[in-house]
Design a binder for this molecule. Structure first.
Ligand code: PLP
Length: 393
């Protein structure tokens, strides 16, 4: 069965009324016939029928056994970290999502959890730092904002041999393009805020696990710590996922067109997109993904914050905002936005140059997005010429 058919028909028809849309069970509690005798629901933190549909859906999408839904991507990440004990170590990708870095550093380090950051685009770099203390290998692929690719299969083999679990933040690819559990990962996580919900209208996080025992442990922490997703936001996320494969096709098509246009423009220095044959791990991406995603990053020949700011304020369709993965195109300037709190030298060393710009290509017409980017790049040339002329007068 094709993926879109499988997704749509895995959603249950409401047994009570035949409603084809999943009902929103806006309730905190469930009436019991006798103490402990109920219809599978007792209190909505532990279980809610609308959330349960979403949780089964993410398990289905990721080819896992258990799914869990949280109030945000970070709440999902936090739940995974609850598996750790003092003295445990994490090996994580060096250009990890900023919020994950903050959680590791400012919340979990004080409980004695140690994190080693490595360039996971080479699996041997992961192998080098694995130790008997490593409990989790934390991958993101593609990464944000430089679109590095990690070989999930190779790294999972190394990690499992060392007795560690593999966690993949699959936010950028989405399960429409990449299914880490089928490549050896143990836990997949999502900021469903991005492609899964897909309309920039909800904050949500999801987990899926390859086995039931691990899923049940995480469900224990979900209930014990309480960062669950509410029924309305669960419904919105289900509704978004119904069109995920269609949207991802458009995101990929548009990103590819924009990436190509960027490589052809004289104002552009480097283009980061796993779909370009020039990308360091294009071959790995082509093997483990069925599409290359909707995010493209690039730097300018004039590698200055001023040039980047001129670009990000002159596009018309790409709106300046944090976040990504929505139907409408967004762009951001990591150096002054998402990566602002990282010292400039450290940020540049991680590949986030002053002029780096991240584009989240929406589902608009490809030609319109290409024109928008070209217009802003051409205007940039003009701005630069004007700036130079004023220098000579
Ligand atoms: C946005 C994001 C997160 C955090 O998710 P929230 O829903 O904002 O809490 C985690 N990982 C990646 C890769 C993200 O882009």
């Amino acid at each position: 069965m094709q993926e879109i058919t499988r997704i749509l028909h895995s959603l249950p028809i409401d047994p009570l009324t035949g409603a084809i849309s999943v009902p929103i069970y806006q309730t905190a509690t469930f009436v019991q016939e006798a103490p402990g005798e109920n219809k599978g629901f007792d209190y909505a933190r532990s279980n809610n029928p609308t959330r349960q549909v979403l949780e089964s859906l993410i398990a289905t999408l990721e080819h896992g056994r258990r799914g869990l839904a949280f109030a945000s991507g970070l709440a999902a990440i936090d739940c995974v970290l609850k598996l750790l004990e003092t003295g445990d170590e994490i090996v994580a990708v060096d250009d990890i999502y900023g919020g994950s870095f903050r959680l590791f550093t400012h919340v979990y380090e004080k409980f004695g959890v140690k994190v080693h950051y490595v360039d996971a685009s080479d699996p041997n770099e992961v192998l080098k730092v694995l130790s008997p203390k490593t409990r989790l290998v934390w991958l993101e692929t593609p990464t944000n904002p430089t679109l590095k690719i990690a070989d999930i299969e190779a790294i999972s083999r190394f990690a499992h041999a060392a007795g560690a679990l593999v966690v993949v933040d699959n936010t950028f690819a989405s399960p429409a393009l990449q299914r880490p559990l089928t490549l050896g990962a143990d836990i997949v996580l999502h900021s469903a805020t991005k492609y899964l919900a897909g309309h920039s209208d909800v904050i949500a996080g999801l987990l899926a696990t390859r086995d039931e025992v691990l899923g049940d442990r995480l469900k224990f922490f979900q209930n014990a710590c309480g960062g669950i997703l509410g029924p309305w936001d669960s419904w919105l996320t289900i509704r978004g996922i119904e069109t995920l494969p269609l949207r991802m096709e458009a995101h990929c098509r548009n990103a590819f067109a924009v990436a190509q246009a960027l490589t052809q423009h004289e104002a552009v220095a480097e283009v980061f997109y796993p779909g370009l044959p020039s990308h360091k791990n294009h071959v790995v991406a082509a093997r483990q993904q069925t599409g290359f995603g909707g995010v493209v990053s690039f730097t300018l020949k004039e590698d200055t914050t001023a040039a980047a700011l001129a670009f990000v304020t002159s596009t018309k369709l790409f709106k300046l905002a944090e976040s990504l993965g929505g139907v409408k195109s967004l762009l951001c300037h990591p150096a002054t936005m998402t990566h602002k709190s990282i010292p400039a030298e450290k940020r540049r060393a991680a590949g986030v140059k002053d002029s780096l710009i991240r584009l989240s290509c929406g589902i608009e017409g490809a030609a319109d997005l290409v024109e928008d980017v070209r217009f802003a790049l051409n205007a940039l040339g003009q701005l630069t010429v004007e700036a130079e002329q004023s220098l000579h007068h």
